[in-house]
Every structure is written in structure tokens, then in C-alpha cells.
Design a protein around this ligand. Structure first.
Ligand code: ZN
Length: 309
């Protein structure tokens, strides 16, 4: 599982940073990629990566500001251009309004998609669990921005322990139905009278990962709730240390506030994105340094950077 950042800038594209988009690569887990926000130019950023657009099966939108959604019409239209390739549907999650925006853009531009978009819109009253399948659950909660904006908590379900087949063979268990019984947790007696205790041959269940991806926000308790114990928390850092007042008036956060959220949530790792173009070079290092004084495991991400989870 990896996170790859397609755009890490705030508001408008700059030479160093495109506007917001990132993907959660779940290729090993479910052979899918999930996208979070799709600012203008996202499809060009994808060209710089190994991402195959048809593998993107879910898109989650945090809010309807242009720098988070204006790349959608272009991405959705050209996603279908490889006619020879298998066409896969998309599930699109986002605030009420995202459906009319996408449908109007596609209609006006005469786009005809050879795949379906399944819209899942929500408003303030229908937040909470917005998606669940046998491997993942996704929750959304309202943040504190200048328009309705959410953060997402993606929880991988715990992974069952796996059967150590080699160890069973070494114990002299004949390959066949007995393996299945041990895998199901059943203790078995072999012909020579020895007992095989199932749990000795099954690895411990593995805890699923928790990934929290927040949209634009002032510092708010909802961010902490979404980020509790997260393996990774992605938080905006539009402003730097000392800019708390202006951050608040524009509906954003500073690096310091993001670090405080990570600390209060006991997250394991903090990735800062949505960085203003005012910060360049050494100032970016300073953003990270100042945040680390509060939350040690902090990193300011760059466009196209890939982070292993
Ligand atoms: Zn915004």
C-alpha cells in the first residue's frame, strides 16, 4: 500500500507544486487505486507516474473548491480513451453538488463515457460510514473550512492469520483436506497419535492500516477524531508558524496546528500537503522543522512523491 501525491500545492498551480490530488495505491490488496481530490492538471501529473487511469476505481472529493475538483471533467473524459483496454466503472464520493458539476461538464463538452460513474453524494446529515466492503471501511466527517468540507478515515479490516504450510509439511501432516481443517482453527489428531494444535500453524492476525486524509480545514476536533491512532495522517499546511490568525480567517491551518492535531490524535506519522507557493526551498524545510518540534514524525511531501505504508 502506498500514497502518491499528484499535487501538493494550495489554491493555484505553481512551478513546484500542482493543485490538490493524491492517490492511495491498493494494488497488492485489491488491485485498485483510490484518488482523493482531483485538481486541474491531475491527468498530466498522472503521466509522470506508473498509474493506469483504469485502475482508479474510486474517487473521494473533500470539497467543491476549484483547486480540488476542476481536474475531474478532463480526467474522467480521457480515462476512457484507451478503447482497447478494459473499461471499469468509477465510484465517486463527495459533497452534494459534485454530481451536477460532473454531469454538466460532461454534457456541455459532449463527452460520452464507455463506463459508468456511480455517484455517492453526502451532506452534513449523511456523514459517517460512507463505504464498506469486505476489506475496507471509509468514514467521512465534517471539517471546518469556508465551505462544506470533509476528511476521510480509511480503515483496512484486520487481515486473518495465514497458514504456515511449510511448517505443517515438516510436522508430517499429509497434504490435503487436513490443511483446510487446521486453517479453520481445528486441532487434529494424526494417525500416529500426535495432536496438531491449529494456532501453532497460523500466524497472528495482522492489524489493518488506518489512513486519514483531510481536506482543507482550520484546526478542529473532527480532525483529531478522524486521525486517532492513524498510521498516517495527511493534513494541509497552507500556512506556517505564526500565521495562525490569517490561517483561521481563510479557513486553513498552519504546520504547527497540523502537528498539534497529529499529536492529539496519537497518529504515527504526519504528512503535510496543500503548501502555499510562498514557501520555497529552505522555507519548506523550516515548515517541517517547526512542525517536528511538536510532532517528530512529520514530513512535507512533494509532487509525485510516493510513500510506503
Ligand atoms: Zn478549499
Amino acid at each position: 500500500m502506498q500514497l502518491q501525491f499528484l499535487g501538493t500545492g494550495a489554491g493555484q498551480p505553481s512551478k513546484a507544486r500542482n493543485v490538490s490530488s493524491l492517490v492511495l495505491k491498493l494494488l497488492d490488496e485489491i488491485n485498485e487505486i483510490w484518488m482523493f481530490d482531483c485538481g486541474e492538471g491531475t491527468q498530466r501529473q498522472i503521466l509522470e507516474t506508473t498509474i493506469k487511469p483504469r485502475k482508479i476505481r474510486k474517487i473521494f472529493i473533500t470539497h467543491l473548491h476549484g483547486d480540488h475538483v476542476l481536474g475531474l471533467p478532463g480526467f474522467l473524459s480521457s480515462r476512457s480513451f484507451q478503447a482497447s483496454e478494459e473499461q471499469t466503472d468509477i465510484d465517486l464520493y463527495g459533497p452534494v453538488g459534485i454530481k451536477s458539476f460532473v454531469l454538466a461538464s460532461l454534457k456541455v463538452t459532449g463527452a460520452r463515457l464507455p463506463y459508468r460513474i456511480h455517484f455517492h453524494e453526502f451532506d452534513e446529515k449523511s456523514l459517517g460510514k460512507i463505504m464498506e466492503d469486505d476489506k475496507f471501511v471509509v468514514y467521512a466527517d465534517k471539517l471546518d473550512h469556508s465551505i462544506f468540507c470533509v476528511g476521510y478515515r480509511i480503515m483496512q479490516k484486520d487481515l486473518e492469520g495465514t497458514l504456515d504450510a511449510q511448517k505443517l509439511i515438516e510436522a508430517g501432516v499429509p497434504f490435503g483436506p487436513l490443511f483446510g481443517r487446521v486453517k479453520n482453527g481445528e486441532n487434529i489428531i494424526l494417525e500416529d497419535g500426535r495432536e496438531i494444535i491449529a494456532k501453532d500453524y497460523i500466524s497472528e492476525p495482522k492489524k489493518g492500516k488506518v489512513i486519514t486524509i483531510l481536506g482543507d480545514t482550520r484546526k478542529t476536533p473532527a480532525s483529531v477524531r478522524l486521525g486517532v491512532g492513524a498510521d498516517v495522517l495527511v493534513h494541509e499546511s497552507t500556512y506556517g508558524k505564526g500565521d495562525e490568525k490569517i490561517a483561521k480567517s481563510h479557513g486553513h491551518s498552519t504546520n504547527i496546528q497540523a502537528a498539534q492535531v497529529a499529536k492529539e490524535a496519537s497518529a504515527k506519522r504526519l504528512l503535510l500537503n496543500h503548501v502555499s507557493s510562498r514557501f520555497l526551498g529552505r522555507e519548506v524545510s523550516q515548515l517541517a522543522k517547526d512542525a517536528r518540534a511538536i510532532f517528530e514524525n512529520t514530513h512535507v511531501v512533494r509532487d509525485l512523491e510516493e510513500i510506503d505504508l
